[in-house]
Design a protein around this ligand. Structure first.
Ligand code: NDP
Ligand code: 8X3
Length: 259
């Protein structure tokens, strides 16, 4: 295991779920943390928690990754001590709706495409050049089983996560002549705010997704992300697909106790 102590890790969408768990897991390894999301209070509370629990340096900023100009301006405006990003975790993302393509709300599509695909691209485009210049960096994209194996009513969310898979693999080719590494961690069901966001705040519908099935926790996923980041420099963990034991594909899930 390679030490990443004092490395600077930038996590998008750190205010909740997997991003928040990644912040804790990296802090436990002694990294410095650069965290963004749209909800300022959440970020500030998390930063305080990380400083107290792990004694690490944390810098937060509010960012909507869909806003291209804001992405470039906020990264350019980072204090000098935070400009050299070693590990980028492209995590900010969401699903909106669970509908047949021909019945779905087009606004939901725009939000998913703008966040999951364009947001990831804007951040990557602005962070990676510095990594190439310093000949040091690791990009870890949070994809999904939904980006490897589609499911009914998921077409546009599926499409965005298939795009993340394609982008991840092509980027790895673009960087093959550099010391940079590109990984993707592709989870199945993880209990976070994901389903509440998907169902536009309908908690009952969201809770039903995780009822009677022993799903993954955000910490399970963060553990896989830190695994990717702590391999020796000559080892690239290209992809980790990580699901609950009771899930075998996007659509094959076992509800109820295991036999
Ligand atoms: P959560 O809803 O708990 O967290 C999503 C995070 O993304 C929040 O911190 C949110 O912060 C941030 N975010 C959303 N939109 C934006 C935006 N426009 N700009 C900046 N930040 C944004 O869900 P998860 O933790 O589950 O999701 C994290 C990633 O994991 C997503 O990419 C998701 O697709 C992926 N994933 C989730 C799975 C699951 O079952 N939960 C399974 C497979 C993949 P804020 O609202 O404060 O901006
Ligand atoms: C999230 C997993 O199956 O709910 O990417 O789409 S799923």
């Amino acid at each position: 295991m390679a030490s990443i102590r004092t490395r600077t890790v930038f996590i998008t969408g750190a205010s909740s779920g997997i991003g928040r768990a990644c912040a804790h897991a990296f802090a436990a390894e002694g990294t410095r943390l650069l965290l963004c999301a749209r909800r300022r209070e959440r970020l500030e509370a998390l930063a305080e928690e990380l400083r107290i629990e792990h004694g690490v340096e944390v810098h937060t900023f509010v960012l909507d990754v869909r806003e291209r100009a804001a992405v470039t301006a906020s990264i350019d405006a980072l204090p000098d001590a935070w400009k050299e990003i070693d590990i980028l975790v492209n995590n900010a993302g969401l699903a909106r709706g669970l509908d047949k393509l021909y019945e779905a709300d087009v606004e939901d599509w725009e939000e998913m495409i703008d966040t999951n695909v364009k947001g990831l691209l804007y951040v990557s485009r602005h962070v990676i050049p510095g990594m190439v210049e310093r000949r040091r960096g690791h990009i870890i994209n949070i994809g999904s089983i939904a980006g490897l194996d589609p499911y009914p009513r998921g077409s546009v969310y599926n499409g965005t996560k298939f795009a993340v898979d394609g982008i991840t693999r092509a980027l790895r080719m673009d960087l093959v002549d550099t010391p940079l590494r590109v990984s993707s961690v592709d989870p199945g069901l993880v209990e976070t705010e994901f389903s509440e966001v998907r169902f536009h705040g309908d908690r009952e519908k969201a809770e039903a997704v995780y009822t009677d099935i022993d799903v993954c926790t955000p910490d399970d996923i963060a553990d896989a992300v830190v695994y990717c980041a702590t391999r020796p420099p000559h080892v690239s963990v290209n992809q980790i697909v990580i699901m609950p034991t009771a899930q075998a594909s996007s659509i094959v899930k076992h509800v109820g106790p295991l036999k």
